[in-house]
Design a protein around this ligand. Structure first.
Ligand code: AMP
Ligand code: MG
Length: 340
């Protein structure tokens, strides 16, 4: 199949692909998504095939505004509308009870559904023109780092989808925050651009799912099914080194072997002559790190580095999301340096 490249203004052609049961690469503020008409079970099944995604890993339904929640969700708590008021349109997905109209393939048979109202203007225009909720996971092949620009998505999906829309690089760079509102207290299932601090400012108490910060043991089941899979991983194994940036940089310099790669804060990019270096952004700019993290990990796959070392921000603000993606890319292989 030839994948048609569309521009930001080709809204009608993009919407027609969705309405006709096709697969569309869609820019969002978080990452590029692989979208299909969320009410068309046959179209949604093709998402799983194109990505090689396990059938038990549900998708998110993207809607143009919070008024659409009632079409697809039951028993919506007032907290959902408070969150929508505060953070929609934006990088936050709410888990709510679903109505029967949502096809089983979207929710992987769960009785809950993930709902998000994205802010990217191109994405919003396409959903509105299509007039249907758009089911979408990230637009990478299953297991790979999520794509944050059109070229990265085409690396994985060229020839497997009907079209892709170029909306420029993603402004957030990590997938949406997922908050489960079907339990008390609400539970953070995946950190993202809407931070834990942001959620607590609206909801009060919020629990953090253990899968966010540590490896699940055998027999343990994270509530976001996607979190049990190896994820975001480049081909080479990754070791994350946590702690004060100058100390982690020095630690990596002492331990790195010939040929190995580094993901580091910009300030330390000159410290590894002869090594492949990918910059995460300035040590103090976690938003830049979120925008760069997937691209940095992806870049190593076109090299033959046998191993990758990575610096990592602290867990405040969007640092929790950056740290979560790096930890998962590393299979939670983390070295924590003690405070000096
Ligand atoms: P992706 O953005 O590519 O990671 O795909 C959507 C993510 O949302 C996956 O990690 C899913 O496990 C998660 N998700 C979608 N629906 C639900 C749900 N009903 N309950 C928990 N997690 C969900
Ligand atoms: Mg994904």
């Amino acid at each position: 199949m030839e994948t048609i490249r569309l521009g930001a203004a080709d809204t009608e052609r993009a919407a027609a692909i969705l309405r006709e049961g096709g697969l569309l690469g869609i820019p969002t503020e978080t990452v590029y998504g692989l979208g299909a008409n969320g009410l068309d079970g046959t179209a949604v099944e093709r998402i799983f095939a194109a990505k090689g995604r396990p059938q038990d890993n549900p998708l998110i339904l993207h809607i143009p505004s919070a008024d659409w929640l009632e079409r697809y969700c039951a028993d919506i708590p007032p907290a959902a509308y408070r969150l929508a008021e505060a953070f929609w349109p934006g990088p936050m997905t709410m888990i709510l009870r679903r109505k029967p109209i949502v096809p089983d393939v979207v929710t992987a048979g769960l009785d809950t559904v993930g709902m998000r109202c994205p802010s990217h203007p191109v994405c919003r225009a396409i959903i509105q023109a299509a007039g249907v909720p758009v089911a979408a996971p990230s637009g990478n092949a299953s297991g790979r780092p999520s794509p944050t620009n059109m070229e990265d998505m085409l690396e994985d999906m060229d020839g497997k989808i009907e079209g892709i829309v170029d909306g420029g690089p993603c402004s957030v760079g990590v997938e949406s925050t997922i908050i489960d509102l079907t339990c008390v207290p609400p539970r953070l299932l995946r950190p993202g651009g809407v931070t834990l601090e942001d959620l607590r400012s609206v909801l009060g108490e919020v629990e953090v799912d253990p899968a966010v910060t540590r490896l699940m043991g055998p027999g343990e089941h994270p509530k976001a099914p996607g979190m049990k899979y190896r994820h975001y991983a480049p081909k080479a194994p990754v070791t994350v080194v946590k702690g004060d940036p100058a100390r982690t940089a020095a630690y990596i310099r002492r331990h790195i072997q010939a040929g190995e790669g580094v993901v580091c804060f910009d300030e330390f990019a000159g410290d590894y002559p002869g090594h492949t270096v990918e910059r995460l952004g300035p040590a103090a700019d976690k938003a830049a790190q979120a925008r760069n993290v997937f691209d940095a990990l992806r870049a190593f796959d076109s090299t033959d580095v046998p191993a990758i070392w990575s610096q990592c921000p602290d867990e405040g603000g969007i640092g929790l999301a950056v740290s979560n993606r790096l930890n998962k890319a590393a299979g939670f292989h983390i070295i924590t340096l003690d405070e000096a």
